[in-house]
Ligand binder design. Structure first.
Ligand SMILES: [Zn+2]
Ligand SMILES: [Zn+2]
Length: 355
């Protein structure tokens, strides 16, 4: 069912467990702002977590529009916007750094002390604030489908991780976790001609990932002992780079365990607050392990991600396992929560009755 003239359909987050499908005025752009008609949005594990328990950083105030991976077409431009015009197709990140704080000035804008987060991908239209327009809204070519461009944000996160881990050609990279980000990390590592092991639990998701041919898939439900499985495939040495892509402390420990002498452990998945891991000090010191965290993305990496998508160096389309309309976002997130989907494409043009 479409919205009345001048109004749009949108998913609004009112607090943990409370997502409502509402209609709202189509935003009109203030100075420096841009309004985008969403062509494609993608579900993300972060949305599942946020819906369950809220997210003080990404969503400081409720109610707010929801969803953060999207691409679309500019339909209105505020005063003073340069470099973008009505009709331009764009992808935008879900945040913009301030450019002023010590970390921004040190070239680490992903750690900006004042990251501005933007939500609202699960709507027919989204308003982009001036800072996001300036820093992190990128024009895309006519040949790049919106559903692929919408991967820019998670792909940029994967790029940051692979960059931080300094993956070199010929290295073995063992990624534990075969969710969408594990897969994107694998695809990016592949572009560096690394050997990639993707470790996951048996089931249709692992079968699906195996069928994509992006990595050697290791069934951890058989192996039981993840580090032993990784060692068995690396001549007993472990992998030069190991990656946690699950956000579970026990997997962080496995990743540390499975790293080779001189290896790097990429701590990519965010764990629940207050969790800790135990570190074998002998190995950390005498084997010179490097432990690196990786959080979020930078404006430069958003652009690089879009380049990889434009040139088809990375084609993540097959990670989209389902397609649904705006009204079905709760069902889509439930599929994600159950591990029954990798990415769900939310297509605002798909009409279905308001529940
Ligand atoms: Zn995301
Ligand atoms: Zn900053």
């Amino acid at each position: 069912m479409s919205a009345p003239p001048g109004r749009m359909r949108v998913q609004v987050f009112h607090g943990p467990g409370d997502l409502r499908f509402e209609d709202a005025p189509i935003p009109s752009p203030g100075p420096g702002e841009v309004v985008v008609q969403v062509e494609a949005a993608l579900t993300c594990g972060t949305d599942v977590k946020t819906l369950r328990r809220g997210h003080p950083v990404m969503i400081p105030v409720v109610p707010t529009v929801f969803g953060h991976e999207f691409a679309g077409t500019v339909i209105a431009i505020g005063a003073g916007v340069g470099g973008l015009g009505e009709g331009d197709r764009v992808a935008a990140a879900n945040s913009a750094p301030c450019g002023q704080c010590p970390l921004c000035r040190a070239g680490r804008p992903n750690l900006c002390e004042d990251l501005l987060f933007v939500n609202g991908a699960y709507g027919e239209y989204i308003a982009l604030p001036p800072r996001l327009v300036r820093a992190n809204t990128v024009r895309i070519g006519a040949a790049l489908p919106a559903r692929r461009a919408a991967f820019a944000e998670p792909l940029a996160c994967a790029l940051l991780g692979i960059e931080r881990a300094r993956v070199e050609a010929g290295a073995t990279v063992a990624i534990v976790g075969h969710g969408p980000l594990g897969c994107l990390l694998a695809m990016v590592a592949k572009t560096r001609t690394a050997r990639v092991l993707l470790v996951g639990k048996r089931g249709w998701r692992l079968d699906r990932v195996r069928a994509l041919g992006i990595a050697e898939c290791v069934d951890a439900s058989d192996a039981g002992d993840v580090p032993a499985a990784i060692r068995a495939l690396t001549g007993g040495r472990g992998a030069e780079v190991t990656v946690d892509a699950t956000g579970r402390p026990e997997v962080w420990a496995q990743a540390i365990d499975a790293a080779s002498r001189g290896g790097t452990v990429l701590l990519f998945g965010g764990c629940a607050p207050g969790t800790t891991v135990v570190l074998d000090t002998r190995r950390a010191h005498y084997e010179e392990l490097t432990l690196v965290g990786a959080f979020h993305h930078t404006p430069e990496l958003i652009r690089r991600a879009l380049e990889l998508l434009e040139t088809q160096a990375v084609v993540p389309d097959a990670l989209i396992t389902h397609e649904m309309g705006l009204a079905e976002v709760p069902a889509a997130l439930a599929l994600m929560a159950d591990g029954q989907a990798l990415k769900v494409l939310i297509d605002p043009k798909r009409c279905e009755p308001v529940p």
